[in-house]
Design a protein around this ligand. Structure first.
Ligand code: PRP
Length: 184
C-alpha cells in the first residue's frame, strides 16, 4: 500500500490503513449485532460515499436485517458543502415502525444526517440511529447523538474507501488525508 499519493499535484498521506479500517468495521458490526438482535433492522446506505463501508459492515452483520439505499444531492466537484440537501434517490423500504440504521461514510458539516433525521422521523420509525465510519466532530453541527462512530477525525480533506476526490479515487483501499501546504 502506498504511504503517499499525488492527486492533481496535491499530496495525500495515508491516514487509516486497510487493516485499521477492517478491524474497526468488525467491532462496529459486533456492537450492532448485539443491539439489534430480534429487531430486524433496515440498514440504509447513503450513496455514493458509504458503499464500500456499507458492504464491509453488512457482511459482518449476522442478525436478520434488510438493506436499502438513499442518495442525496452531492457536493459535486467541490470539497465543501453547498449548504443545500435534496433527494436524488429515495428509500424504497417501509420506515413506519421499523428500526432504521443509517450508514454514512462521513459526517462533515452534519447537513446530510440532519436532513436524513428529519426525513425519516416524519415516517415514525420504531427507532432511528446513525452509524458513520468517520466523524469530523469539530465541524459537525448537529444537536443529536451519532450512536456509532468509527473514527473521530480532524477537519481535513480525506479520500479513499468510498470517499471521493471530484468523484474519483473512491476505489482506494485505505483512507488518505491531504497534506497541508508547506508554508513559505
Ligand atoms: C458526502 C458523504 C456524506 C456527506 C457528509 O457525500 O458521503 O453523505 O458528504 O457531509 P455533510 O456532513 O457535510 O453533509 P457527498 O454529498 O459528497 O456525495 P457522495 O456520497 O456521493 O460522495
Amino acid at each position: 500500500m502506498e504511504n503517499t499519493i499525488t492527486v492533481n499535484g496535491e499530496l495525500f498521506d495515508i491516514y487509516l490503513t486497510e487493516e485499521q479500517i477492517a478491524s474497526r468495521v468488525r467491532q462496529m458490526a459486533e456492537v450492532l449485532n448485539a443491539e439489534y438482535e430480534g429487531k430486524e433492522p433496515v440498514f440504509v446506505g447513503v450513496l455514493n460515499g458509504s458503499f464500500i463501508f456499507f458492504a464491509d459492515l453488512i457482511r459482518h452483520i449476522t442478525i436478520d436485517c434488510e438493506v436499502d439505499f438513499i442518495k442525496l444531492s452531492s457536493y459535486g466537484a467541490e470539497k465543501i458543502s453547498s449548504g443545500k440537501v435534496s433527494i436524488l434517490k429515495d428509500l424504497n423500504c417501509e420506515v413506519h415502525e421499523r428500526h432504521i440504521v443509517v450508514v454514512e461514510d462521513i459526517v462533515d458539516s452534519g447537513l446530510s444526517i440532519d436532513f436524513l433525521r428529519k426525513l425519516i422521523l416524519r415516517e415514525n420509525p420504531a427507532s432511528l440511529s446513525f452509524v458513520t465510519l468517520l466523524m469530523k466532530k469539530e465541524v459537525a453541527k448537529i444537536d443529536f447523538p451519532v450512536q456509532h462512530v468509527g473514527f473521530d477525525i480532524p477537519a481535513e480533506f480525506v479520500i479513499g474507501y468510498g470517499l471521493d476526490y471530484a468523484q474519483k479515487l473512491r476505489n482506494l483501499r485505505a483512507i488518505y488525508r491531504q497534506r497541508p501546504e508547506a508554508k513559505g
